[in-house]
Design a binder for this molecule. Structure first.
Ligand SMILES: Cc1cc2nc3c(=O)[nH]c(=O)nc-3n(C[C@H](O)[C@H](O)[C@H](O)COP(=O)(O)OP(=O)(O)OC[C@H]3O[C@@H](n4cnc5c(N)ncnc54)[C@H](O)[C@@H]3O)c2cc1C
Length: 389
């Protein structure tokens, strides 16, 4: 077993860290003060993502992406996770479900999205459908050779940075026919209700939308009728790995800041790290990060070696659960080590503390991940996690 990163993986990690230090971190306070990335700065950031060579990191070269392995994507995403205020989302990842589109859909959506000319957002959640997407009430009904969408969507991330939406609807209101639809903005009948404020400040918004008889051509169905969950499964795996990468990166940044502070902050005549209470917190933080990062790189490496899709799904849940909860514990300790300074908004640790809370909620809450993991243990045995396959 070779646990060393390749020169290419190491180089990508260094380049991503430099990109964050030079391009994204200088924007953090502006986003925190403004609530999101100011509109007049968005085009310049988009161009910098292209200039640095991070356009389309999650798609194949044939589809307009960079053709990176999962481990290569992971080392980049880990660095992006160090950055606060959701600025990681400036490095777009066109929805993975687009790769299941027709050739025409790939030309119209996926390829331009990889190049940063278009951007899509994903709308599944509704007021009454969160963890249980079978409760989705958005319906798609036929009208001649067209489709008509009706319903509301909540929490649509990056709506105001997107020019199309992938909307999850039930054909004829039947939960056995979940289906994805491509909706171009603007569309007659598509109403932006509001973009509420959240605990974090994020580069883009999280919108609530109403679809009132939004008409679409037959060519706007993504995949097959009834295939909505199947296509979304791949999205969940990718998103869960991305969250795991971000939370590992966030925990490392907070721990590094706390470690430096503990070495330099003097109280009672000596650096606070000389107090065992502080030193032990740093020790626990280091071990937690060590475990999470090892797990993260292992799963990314396994995906690159074509691990069975069901096992990938099982592992992605464990990874998302562990890394997001680990980051909560580590960043909480980092804030404690910083004392009052850790509670100041100008301190990155305070922002990381707020930012990573949502990682235990979106893309499947911690409770839903535990349900998936427990189900996998029952179906496939304990070795799913304790073995080494
Ligand atoms: C900032 C933000 C951005 C988001 N972006 C998007 C987006 O772009 N697109 C999108 O479609 N959605 C998005 N979401 C929605 C997100 O995926 C949901 O919030 C999440 O799936 C949980 O759904 P819910 O909030 O309705 O909570 P609920 O499902 O109502 O859950 C409430 C509580 O009950 C628990 N619970 C529910 N069912 C069970 C069970 N069976 N067993 C044990 N506990 C259970 C949950 O874990 C949770 O603690 C976003 C959410 C947020 C906060």
């Amino acid at each position: 077993m070779d646990l060393e990163l390749s020169p290419q993986e190491k180089a990508l990690s260094v380049k991503a860290r430099d990109f964050c230090d030079q391009v994204l971190i200088p924007l953090e306070l502006a986003v925190d003060e403004h609530g999101e990335l100011p509109m007049d700065r968005r085009a310049a950031v988009r161009q910098q993502v292209r200039d640095w060579g991070f356009a389309g990191i999650n798609h194949s070269k044939e589809d307009g992406g960079l053709g990176l392995t999962m481990l290569e994507q992971t080392v980049i995403e880990e660095q992006l996770g160090r950055v606060t205020n959701g600025l990681w989302s400036c490095v777009w990842r066109p929805p993975v479900s687009l790769k299941f589109g027709t050739e025409a859909q790939k030309r119209a959506y996926l390829q331009p999205a990889c190049h940063g000319e278009r951007r899509g957002c994903f709308a599944i959640t509704e007021e009454n459908a969160g963890s249980d997407p079978r409760q989705v009430e958005m319906s798609a009904t036929r009208k001649g050779d067209r489709w008509v969408l009706n319903g509301e969507k909540w929490f649509v991330t990056s709506y105001n940075a997107s020019d199309f939406i992938i909307a999850h609807a039930h054909v004829d209101g039947d939960p056995d026919k979940p289906t994805l639809f491509l909706v171009d903005k603007p569309a007659a009948g598509l109403v932006h209700l509001r973009s509420p404020k959240f605990m974090h400040n994020f580069a883009f918004d999280h919108a609530e939308l109403r679809f009132e008889n939004v008409e679409l051509g037959a060519d706007k169905v993504l995949g097959e009728i009834g295939q909505g969950f199947e296509l979304t499964k791949d999205w969940f795996v990718e998103a869960r790995l991305q969250i795991a990468s971000h939370t590992v990166g966030a925990a490392i940044r907070a721990a590094e800041i706390a470690n430096d502070y503990a070495a330099n902050r003097v109280q009672f005549g000596r650096p606070i790290r000389d107090f065992q209470a502080i030193d032990f917190m740093l020790a626990d933080m280091a071990v937690e990060i060590f475990a999470a990062k090892t797990m993260l790189y292992r799963v990314a490496w396994e995906i690159d070696r074509k691990l069975d899709r069901k096992l990938v799904h099982a592992r992605a849940s464990a990874l998302k659960l562990y890394c997001s909860e680990m980051a909560g514990r580590v960043i909480d300790k980092a804030l404690q080590i910083l004392g009052g300074r850790g509670y100041m908004r100008e301190n990155p640790v305070e922002r990381l503390y707020r930012d990573i809370r949502v990682d235990r909620i979106w893309e499947g809450t911690s409770e839903i991940q535990r349900l998936v993991i427990a189900g996998q243990i029952r179906k496939r045995g304990f070795e799913t996690y304790a073995g080494w396959v």
